[in-house]
Design a protein around this ligand. Sequence first.
Ligand code: KIV
Length: 266
Amino acid sequence: MDKVTILDLKKMKDEGDKISVLTAYDYPTARILDECGVEVILVGDSVGNVVTGRINTLPVTIEEMIYHTQAVSRAVKNALVIIDMPFMSYQTSIEEARKNAGRMIKESGAEAVKLEGGVNMEETIKAITDIDIPVMAHIGLTPQSIHRMGGYQIQGKEDKQKEKLLKDAQAVERAGAFSVVLEVIPKNLAKEITKILGIPTIGIGAGIHCDGQVLVIHDLLGMSGEFRPKFVKKYINLEELISKAVKEYITEVKDIKFPGNKHSFH
Ligand code: KIV
C-alpha cells in the first residue's frame, strides 16, 4: 500500500469506500494500526484525557502534540497522519494559527492539521490551506468548547442548532478543508451533511451514513475505565487482559517462578 493522501480520501468518498480513522499517541500503537491498514491516524488532543489523565483537552500544549506526533510519525509507513491543533494555538489570530500550523507540520512529521470550529473558523482554515497545509475541520460536539456547551451532550437536535451545523459544514468546505469530523450529532443530520458536501465526513457518534468513522483507540481497546459513551464500541477488553498478565507476573515474582531457566543466561 502507498502512503495515503488527502486525494485518496476524496476518491474513497466519490467511490463509496468507507474511510477508517483511529487515534494514536505513541510509536507501538501507531505501528500496529498502520500495519492493520487504517487509512488515517489522528494524533488527537484527546491525548490530554486519554494518556495524561486530564479532565478535558484544554491544557494540552503545542509541544505535547508535537512530541506525541513525532513518535507516531516514526512508526507510520502508509496512513495519513493528522495532528490536532490544541486549544489557543489557532483561536487568537489568523497569523498565530498559520504560524502554529506551520510549526506543527514542520516539527511533527504529520501531513495535515485538524482544528475545531465551523463558520467562526472559516477565515482561519482558508489562511492555513492557502499555505498548502491540509486542514481537517471538526464540528458538532467540539471538546475545546466544553465550557460554552456546558457538557459533552449531543449537538444539532433542535432546528436552530441543525441550521447552524449545516452552515458550519458548508463554511469549512468553502474554506478549503479536505475533510470534516462530525462529532455526536443525530445520524440523519450527518447523512444530510455527508450528502451536500464534496469532502469526506468522518463521524464519531454521528451514525452510519458518514464517509468514514473515527474512534479513540483506548475506547476501542477497552482501556478507558468507566468512560463509556453510547457511540463507543469496545472491541476488546484490554484492561482485563493487561490486569490478568500483570497479576500473573506479580505472583510469579513473589513465588520465585520468574525468571525461570528459559529467561536466564547460562
Ligand atoms: O482529539 C480527538 O481524538 C478527536 C477525535 C475524537 C475526533 O478530536
